[in-house]
Design a protein around this ligand. Structure first.
Ligand code: ACM
Ligand code: ZN
Length: 539
């Protein structure tokens, strides 16, 4: 039957038969509103052109992304053309446009009619998410000349402005090329924030020009423990770091995909690699080496040391020169107080600053708060804000700090009640280093715990006990991948996929529209994109 004939059927019977291969708009994450329309489908073929507003480089790049995605699934190389979109009435075109009538910053609309598909967003970011939806709607096409897009009006926007994923590159190091692939995976799931955990006890992974030993010494450990902190070590030196030039390329790559990178520099705990490089910054002043096993170490930065604060400021200056993100993550988790209690310099600072213990907090808790507040003020002077793990609540929380709630939801709830912004990343659901199955024998070694796709999906990040005003402080949701037991890039992919798909609906879709059974019916189309890209995912 010809398209012409289809058109008449549409006129007389309203229901519109679609010929041949057809796309499915019910992708992951599910668009908020999909409204099928009367009328004839659009037929995509290798003759379709992609149009974008002339002279708009972001939209041109969006158009090229779409052309690439379509080529990957169909083999068709579409022509991409800049044009004065408003002045023409194209046929057989996908038109990318900006439209400020769309109210949500990252929102988009897709309108499919017989002659055109229009993707419009308030921003180029929104158009990018529309493109992701189109991309995921297209089935892998072989031996077909055209692909039917049923007439539709899709209206979509994210539930949360902050949609994050963290990767630890310290316990194991992943090369720049993989970090870019990881960013591609995030983009496929509408994630807009990549939290890059760059420093820890087992390796310092970012070049700092003023302190070259951080990477000369701090980026290499002499060996790595086997298994779960057994008494046996592999005897093989292990290391790696990113140069500032490499980091710039990663930031640019992420920006092109509308992903902000938030770097994390751990202060004052998880600092053994830094102390191995500059032992004078620790309370003992000597005897440190880059950690070779996993866990929490008592060797933390000596806050009382007069060299420590300038060190932190110098490092953060280079970090902010590199990374344009509004937020800088300053860590703050798991910093034992043992050495501060014994250290004359730390005790002198506690006295000098009048830091007092009370029934809730020790003077040493307040020493960490003092350090965090100092860092907050310093970064504020550079127009930045801090994020810290929920331990930054243990003491006097820095005035404008955003809290990343990982030890469950409680830290986030307390922070929101105190008027602080919160990112929910509870380990019970969103630690992707946990096992994805209870049959752990059949899984690669993991840190422990359990969170499968269904458990991830079930998370409601906005606690009912908060008032409406407090709820506004929940900026969003993030999953974390700690890499103690993840030595290879294939293993990284295995741990995040397909849990990231479940996370994407937690981050994107309104709570009342979430439905796990529906998600499971939509997931296979996404898995076929994983296959197409060669992503290693848990089956
Ligand atoms: C953490 O998992 N220590 C934030
Ligand atoms: Zn000290």
């Amino acid at each position: 039957m010809s398209k012409f004939c289809c058109f008449f059927i549409a006129m007389f019977f309203i229901a519109v038969p679609v010929m041949g291969n057809s796309v499915h708009y019910e992708v992951v994450p599910l668009p908020q509103e999909i409204t099928y329309q009367r009328g004839v489908a659009f037929y995509l073929s290798d003759k379709t052109v992609i149009l974008y507003p002339e002279d708009n480089t972001l939209m041109r790049r969006n158009a090229l992304f779409l052309a690439d995605y379509i080529r990957e699934t169909t083999g068709w190389q579409l022509v991409v053309e800049g044009t004065q979109v408003n002045g023409i009435r194209p046929i057989n075109a996908i038109i990318l446009m900006l439209n400020d009538h769309i109210s949500q910053e990252e929102g988009y609309e897709i309108i499919v009619k017989s002659r055109t598909i229009t993707v419009q967003g308030r921003t180029a970011n929104g158009v990018f998410y529309g493109i992701q939806t189109l991309r995921k709607a297209i089935p892998r096409t072989v031996n077909a000349d055209e692909l039917a897009f049923p007439a539709v009006h899709i209206r979509d926007y994210p539930r949360f402005a902050y949609r994050g994923m963290m990767l630890d590159v310290c316990r194991h190091f992943f090369p720049v090329e993989f970090v870019k692939r990881f960013i591609d995976i995030l983009a496929l799931h509408n994630v807009n924030t990549f939290h890059w955990h760059l420093t820890d006890d087992q390796g310092w992974r970012i070049e700092i020009k003023k302190y070259p030993k951080l990477t000369e010494i701090g980026a290499v450990r002499k060996e790595t423990v086997l298994g779960k902190n057994t008494q046996t070590y592999d005897g093989i030196p292990y290391g790696g770091y990113y140069t500032q030039e490499e980091i710039k390329t990663v930031i640019a790559y992420a920006q092109e995909r509308y992903i902000t990178i938030i770097p994390e520099i751990e202060i004052p705990g998880h600092s053994l690699a830094a102390l191995a490089a500059y032992p004078e910054l620790g309370c003992a002043g000597e005897g440190y080496e880059v950690a070779t096993r996993w866990g929490i170490f008592k060797d933390v930065l000596c806050i009382g040391n007069e060299a420590s604060i300038p060190f932190i400021e110098d490092v953060l200056s280079e970090v902010t020169d590199l990374f344009p993100s509004k937020y800088i993550h300053i860590g703050g988790d798991e910093a034992p107080r043992d050495h501060w209690k014994q250290c004359p310099k730390c005790q002198a600072l506690i006295r000098a600053k009048g830091l007092q213990a009370d029934e809730k907090h020790t003077a040493e808790d307040r020493l960490q708060s003092y350090c965090t507040q100092h860092v907050e003020t310093f970064l504020k002077g550079k127009g930045r804000r801090i994020i810290g793990w929920d331990e930054i609540l243990d003491g006097d929380i820095a005035e404008e700090a955003t809290v990343m709630s990982w030890r469950g939801m409680t830290g986030g709830i307390n922070a929101a009640k105190l008027g602080h912004d919160v990112i929910m990343t509870p380990r019970t659901h969103l630690y992707f280093d946990y096992y994805q199955s209870t049959d752990t024998e059949k899984e690669p070694l993991a840190i422990g715990g359990f969170s499968d796709v269904e458990n991830v999906y079930s998370l409601e990040p906005v606690p009912a006990e908060l008032t409406d005003e407090e709820k506004q402080h929940i900026l969003g949701v993030q999953a974390n991948l700690w890499a103690e037991y993840i030595p290879t890039v294939e293993h990284v992919e295995y741990m995040i996929l397909p849990r990231l798909a479940a996370l994407s609906e937690v981050q994107w879709l309104k709570a009342e529209k979430k439905n796990f059974d529906g998600f499971l019916t939509r997931l296979p189309a996404l898995l076929s994109i994983y296959d197409l890209n060669g992503y290693n995912f848990r089956k």
